[in-house]
Structure formats: structure tokens, C-alpha cells
Design a protein around this ligand. Structure first.
Ligand code: ADP
Ligand code: ASP
Ligand code: MG
Length: 453
């Protein structure tokens, strides 16, 4: 059994969908679970739709819905004739549900997190309805599954947490390994024990694939996307980025967490726990080897550089900290109380600096921190992360990293406790330049970290 996940661009139009089945057709022998995202751009439009409902913008909501319907109908118009009716029936049922939800929300004058999740989940229901019809038109013996009957979550709408025992039971009940077989299932979505639709967080289809892979004890999980694998940095920002042939789970998780969007940060954990190898490959260039993520990946030194925007840095300074114990505990219990997760930390004798995600509402948190000392906040900062095993064994590593950043103010430095990560906080407007400079230092043809695919 293998689990293949295809991202938005991999299912963005009819030729892309046909390419998906070309890839799958070679790997059906032991059973294949095909996990699909919504077509490219669709989830963003569904988010725009729920925003429009919240702002009572009926005309805008209507035009978004019409555009989405046209987008899906255009794709159906380009798939083989024999698959079109089934595809149209599939998407009409989904659009009818969305319209009911939208109408109800406008009547009530609100769009709760629960309704938003039901609307956002439509993207994957639409893409898989078309994929399923297409697969049958192409002659595959495929079965369309509903991820809401497989992935059981809590009620944390928008970023629901998996209830593992129920999920595993449901998956094992419904996906029995048969030779050869093709199951098609939506990424990104699940449902509560009561059957209320939930989503796993943006980019969450990778996570869905990993959940299915772990529960099925799959031979491997393959994340099919629009780049050649996990690369030394985002190739859209730095075109000279190179594909990394192998990475450890820890390196991949660290990169994902610190902004390498190519895999969702939650993807790796289920795979690690079950020891399942994860491949990242390019749908348009399946002949390329891609990146293999395992526990035993070879290679030391700097592997890749990630960048993450939308970060806020807070520094609490208090002379009461001097020689006193228990101060850190008090600071962190405040973050705990406000359920705010801290990413980077640096301490001195009288101050503590931390970074958090900028999306948090921090008013009450700041008030509580101010009782401990003076608080300085830097908005709109970013994190540059340098990731790799044994970074510290390279004598010149730090010197070269900081040389590369000459001229760019560094606001905080933190060596990740995993010892495979050096992270630095810079201003948001300096992030792209910082990543580019560090990349040029280590990965140009003269840099000794050149990756040989
Ligand atoms: P999908 O829709 O297939 O899930 P995503 O857009 O979520 O694809 O992720 C792929 C994108 O991740 C790439 O197009 C690339 O711009 C970005 N990316 C960021 N960092 C990296 C990296 N280190 N290696 C490869 N891609 C990266
Ligand atoms: N469609 C969802 C999103 O755009 C999930 C995914 O593509 O992974 O966030
Ligand atoms: Mg993605």
C-alpha cells in the first residue's frame, strides 16, 4: 500500500489531472490511496467567500461562487466525454450544499468557524469528485472515499486535532489492502465524532496523506507538488536553489516548521512514528528522483535555508530577574495561560526575548507580561533558519553565516534545541535578501555545501 498526495497545482486543470493518473497507474499493484487538494487557488477563494459573508457583501459572495462554478465546469469540459456527466453530478451536489450554507449564513448575519470549515472543505470535495469521474472514464477501478468518515477530529474548527484511535479504526475499516486498487480521498478535511465537518489547517492535505499512511502502515508516502523536491531554499525566491536528495525527518520537520511550504509542518510526525519514508516529487517531472525523507538520511552540514514572515518578537526586561530563580517560569506560564506558542527564545541576565506568530491577539498577553517588567514589541519581523545535522562541527559555519548577513541587522539569534537549527530574527523587509545571501555563501558552485543530486 502506498499513499500519494497531489497538491493544488497538480490537479489545477484537465491535463494536470490526467498526469496524476499517468503517475498513479504505475503504482497500483499493492493498492494506492490518492489524496488530493482542492484545485489551485480554490481554497483561497472559499476563504474570500466566508470573508464576504462576514462583511455582508452579497454581490461579492455571489460572484465568487459563480467564478468557482465556472472554473470547475471548464475543467470538466476538458476531460474525456465519458467522464463528464458523472463529474458534473458530483460538483452540482457540492455547489448546492455551499449555496445552502451561504444563504443560511447571510440570513443569520454571521459565519461561524463551524460554517466556515464546511465551506472551505468544499474545494477538496469538488476536486475529488472530478478526479473520481475522470479515473472511471480512464478505466480505473477506483473508489471515492469521504475523508469526513475517515479522519476523526476534535471541534477545533480551522485547525482541528486528530483523534487517533477513532481515525485509525475508521481508516482500517474502510481501506482494506486489495490488489490492485485505487482509493481517492480528500486531503485537508475531517469531521468530529458527531460528523460535523472540520479542516486541519491551511496546507493540511500533506498531513492527511501522512495520517492515512501511518494508519495503513504504508510502504511509503509521496507528496507530489510543483517543484523538484525539498530544495536548498524556496526556488521561487532563489532560482539557483537545488534539490536535496535525502533529508532526515528532523531536518524536514524543522524546515517545514520554519517556513518551507513544500511540506506542511505536521506531515512528518506520523511518518516518523511509523518509520514510513516520505518522498517529495514533481508531478510535471516524475522521472526526477525528488527528495527522500527518512530517519537514516545521509549527509551533514547545512542542508537548507527556510524563511518565515509574520512573526512578532517580545522582549521582557526586569532587574528583578538578576540572580533570581522562577522568573522564566512566570513568563512562560503567561504564554501558557494565553495558549500562545513560543517559537524562538533568547535570554540574558535581565531580559528574555521570544518570538510568536503575528496572528495572535496579544493585548491581554502584553498586559500580563508588563506586570513582570518592561516589554518591548517588534512587529513585522521574520525568521531565517539554517538547518542541517552537525552544523556546529563545521568550524567556520557561524563565521560564514554571519559574514553572509553583513549589513543586515540581526535582532535575535537562537540555536534550536534540536542542534540542527540556527535561527535568526531579522526585519521582514530584509528576509528575502538574508536568505539569498546565506544561500549564495553556502550553495553557489564554489560553496562547499553544493548538493550533488
Ligand atoms: P502544493 O499545492 O503542491 O501543496 P505548495 O504551494 O503548498 O504546493 O508547496 C510548494 C511550494 O513550496 C513551491 O512552489 C515553493 O515555492 C515552496 N517552497 C518553499 N520552500 C521550499 C523548499 N525549501 N523547497 C521546495 N519548495 C519550497
Ligand atoms: N486546499 C487546502 C489549502 O489550500 C489544503 C492543501 O492544499 O493542502 O490550504
Ligand atoms: Mg501544500
Amino acid at each position: 500500500m502506498v499513499v500519494f498526495k497531489f497538491g493544488g497545482t497538480s490537479v489545477q486543470d484537465a491535463p494536470a489531472m490526467e498526469q496524476v493518473f499517468k503517475i498513479c497507474s504505475k503504482h497500483l499493484s499493492g493498492g494506492l490511496v490518492l489524496v488530493s487538494s482542492a484545485m489551485a487557488g480554490v481554497t483561497n477563494q472559499l476563504v474570500a467567500l466566508t470573508d464576504a459573508i462576514q462583511k455582508d457583501q452579497r454581490v461579492l459572495a455571489d460572484s465568487i461562487l459563480k467564478a468557482l462554478e465556472n472554473q470547475h465546469k471548464t475543467v470538466i469540459g476538458h476531460i474525456p466525454q465519458q467522464a463528464r456527466n458523472q463529474a458534473l453530478e458530483g460538483i452540482s451536489a457540492v455547489f448546492s450544499d455551499i449555496r445552502t450554507l451561504v444563504k443560511g449564513s447571510f440570513l443569520l448575519g454571521e459565519c461561524s468557524a463551524r460554517v466556515a470549515d464546511a465551506i472551505w472543505a468544499s474545494g477538496e470535495l469538488l476536486s475529488t469528485a472530478i478526479l473520481h469521474a475522470l479515473s472511471q472514464g480512464l478505466g480505473f477501478q477506483s473508489k471515492l472515499l469521504d475523508a469526513r468518515k475517515l479522519i476523526v477530529t476534535d471541534e477545533n474548527f480551522g485547525s482541528a486535532n486528530v483523534i487517533w484511535d477513532l481515525t485509525s479504526q475508521a481508516i482500517l475499516n474502510q481501506i482494506a489492502p486489495k490488489n490492485p486498487s485505487l482509493w481517492i480521498v480528500q486531503g485537508f478535511i475531517g469531521s468530529t465524532v458527531q460528523g460535523v465537518t472540520t479542516t486541519l489547517g491551511r496546507g493540511g492535505s500533506d498531513y492527511s496523506a501522512s495520517i492515512l499512511g501511518a494508519c495503513l502502515n504504508a510502504q511509503r508516502i509521496e507528496i507530489w507538488t510543483d517543484v523538484d523536491g525539498i530544495m536548498t531554499t524556496d526556488p521561487r525566491k532563489v532560482p539557483s536553489a537545488q534539490t536535496i536528495p535525502e533529508l532526515t525527518y528532523a531536518e524536514a520537520a524543522e524546515l517545514a516548521f520554519f517556513g518551507a511550504k513544500v511540506v506542511h509542518p505536521a506531515t512528518i510526525q506520523p511518518a516518523v512514528e511509523s518509520g514510513i519514508p516520505v518522498w517529495v516529487k514533481n508531478t510535471k517531472r516524475p522521472e526526477l528522483p525528488g527528495t527522500l525523507v527518512t530517519s537514516s538520511a545521509q549527509g551533514t552540514g547545512l542542508r537548507a535555508i527556510a524563511g518565515r514572515k509574520g512573526v512578532m518578537m517580545m522582549t521582557v526586561t526586569s532587574s528583578r530577574m538578576l540572580m533570581a530563580y522562577g522568573f522564566l517560569k512566570r513568563i512562560f506560564s503567561i504564554f501558557d495561560h494565553f495558549k500562545t506558542s513560543v517559537d524562538l527564545v533568547a535570554t540574558s541576565e535581565v531580559s528574555v526575548s521570544v518570538t510568536i506568530n503575528e496572528t495572535h491577539d496579544v493585548k491581554a498577553l502584553l498586559q500580563a507580561l508588563e506586570e513582570l517588567g518592561s516589554v518591548r514589541v517588534e512587529n513585522s519581523v521574520a525568521i531565517v533558519s539554517l538547518v542541517g545535522q552537525g552544523l556546529w562541527k563545521q568550524e567556520t559555519f557561524l563565521e560564514r553565516a554571519f559574514q553572509a548577513l553583513r549589513g543586515i541587522p540581526v535582532l535575535l539569534v537562537s540555536m534550536g534545541s534540536s542542534e540542527i537549527n540556527l535561527s535568526m530574527v531579522v526585519r521582514e523587509q530584509d528576509l528575502d535578501k538574508a536568505v539569498e545571501k546565506v544561500h549564495a555563501e553556502f550553495f553557489t558552485p564554489t560553496g562547499d555545501n553544493l548538493v550533488h543530486p
